[in-house]
Design a protein around this ligand. Structure first.
Ligand code: CTP
Ligand code: MG
Length: 229
């Protein structure tokens, strides 16, 4: 299906604590956001890429992407991740049949993962990158005391990219109110709540999210170690 991609890159990166928005921080020789846009540009079915950026940073974003990572539009994001996704959806060409949403904070994206996800999506369903939880899970009570060990059977960690039939994702956003746009942490949750079947696909390779300075160092090693993109 003809797929439009949104890379959400409008966050400030508070937990990373850099002197610029997280998506613009360089990792292994490129601004973080450029790794993802480059991977999307090399995938088979991506017709257009929209990048959301911190309001007022559009010129820096364009410079960060350069010619290596072509985009359809750079648009200002919103005050929450899902509001940034909404801004991205509004900027996509109206004729796309599927919509892929990806966090700029996951720079290890590969064209192969994009192709696997877009190959599986239908116009009435979603497919998301996700991995079965490997750690033993504890629920904490007051302070650092364990209240319970949580059965991890059937639990997965949701990642991005997340791909949906364009009509069902647009409908979910059209239906969402302010509270949901402020609180939802991914698109799959919004789709699930409206009865859209969402499938999970394990990338089987690191797809780490850069949140802290330690994550950034790890991404630097993984991206710098001669990955083929
Ligand atoms: N994002 C966005 N618009 C927002 C908030 C987040 O486009 N208003 C994007 C980020 O740029 C990131 C992704 O959503 O690519 C996931 O968010 P997160 O990792 O939390 O990034 P930040 O919000 O930038 O980081 P922090 O929460 O530490 O400030
Ligand atoms: Mg955040």
């Amino acid at each position: 299906m003809r797929t439009g991609a949104i890379v959400v890159a409008a966050g400030s990166g508070e937990r990373l604590g850099a002197d610029q928005p997280k998506a613009l921080v360089r990792v292994a020789g490129r601004p973080m956001v450029a790794w993802s846009v480059r991977a999307l540009a090399r995938a088979s079915d991506i017709a257009a890429v929209v990048v959301t950026c911190p309001p007022g940073r559009e010129r820096e974003m364009a410079a960060a992407l350069g010619d290596d990572a072509p985009v359809h539009a750079i648009v200002p994001g919103g005050s929450s991740r899902q509001r940034s996704v909404a801004a991205g959806i509004a900027a996509l060409p109206t004729d796309v049949e599927a919509i892929l949403v990806h966090d700029a904070a996951r720079p290890l994206l590969t064209p192969a993962l994009v192709d696997r996800l877009t190959a599986r999506v239908t116009d009435v369903s979603g497919v998301i990158a996700a991995a079965p939880v490997a750690d033993t899970l504890k629920r904490g009570a007051a302070g650092d005391v364990v209240e319970a060990t949580v059965d991890r059977a059937g639990l997965w960690g949701a990642q991005t990219p997340q791909v949906f039939g364009a009509r069902v994702l647009r409908a979910a956003f059209a239906d969402a109110g302010d509270a949901e746009l402020d609180a939802a942490t991914d698109c799959a949750g919004m789709a699930e709540r409206r009865g859209v079947p969402v499938h999970m696909l394990d990338p089987g390779a690191p797809n780490l999210k850069v949140t802290t300075p330690a994550d950034l160092r790890l991404a630097e090693v993984l991206l710098g170690a001669g990955r083929i993109t």
